[in-house]
Design a protein around this ligand. Sequence first.
Ligand code: SF4
Length: 302
Amino acid sequence: MKDDIKQQLTELKAERKAVILAHNYQSAEIQEIADMLGDSLELSRKASAVDAEVIVFCGVAFMAETAAVLNPGKTVLLPRREAGCPMADMITPEDVIGIRKEYPGVPIITYVNSTAAVKAESTVCCTSANVLQVVESFRDADTVYLAPDQNLAKYAARHTRKKVLHWNGYCPIHHNLLAEDVVKVKRAHPEAPFLAHPECRPEVLDLADEIRSTSGMLRFVRESSLNAFIIGTEEGILTPMQRENPHKRFYTPEKRLICQDMKLTTPEDVVRALQTLQPRITVPEETRVKALQAVECMLALG
Ligand code: SF4
């Protein structure tokens, strides 16, 4: 990255009292300028703890919204306004209201990969790391509804005695990975365990040695005595994996798992966002308070 961009960012960050957060799926050059790297909820929570007035969220819209929900006093910027998530856009708040009418009394668990307005209509949120714990927390319910990711719901359904109803959304990146793609890469690298994200199809998860969220995959690789791994999630995660484990090898399926929305943001966009304090992400207060309740209900579970 050009030195003048780095210099500009250092000055702008100090002037604006800003912190730069980047999701694990961002490009390597964005990860390089980030103060904090992680998954969306982890980042938003960390941002609450730092003494910054401005949060620059290098990710997609729902992540910046989550940061705005958790950090009401701070200015939240999303350097590329059009960076969205096709899965989050597969369900609307009206859809959730419809689910509630159709299944009265059934808890509605919403994956954090959803808009603030959708979270606001839900009973509780979940992440890919804690989905099973959240499902089991409804001790008196024999049925729960999980939205929007059908694959995460099917994964949860296999690990509980409860009936898990689901919305038919999916992450196009993970859903695009097929069992035959995995069989091929496993054949080429039989020594390497296959780590899959729960947003993958059930038949892909059947082939997994480990099913983990992005932070869970990073932890597994860091703590493992093995030296080679097949990674079944968006390729951006290879940047922190390789940086943390320079002597380990990582293989990916031939079919590339790349989220174009996650790759939109450039360091120049971050500079522009800090100069102009735009594009700013805000959430209407009524929605924010209701969405926060769903997030806090999840956090209370530990
Ligand atoms: S990787 Fe999938 S879930 Fe994540 S932002 Fe892209 S489309 Fe959405």
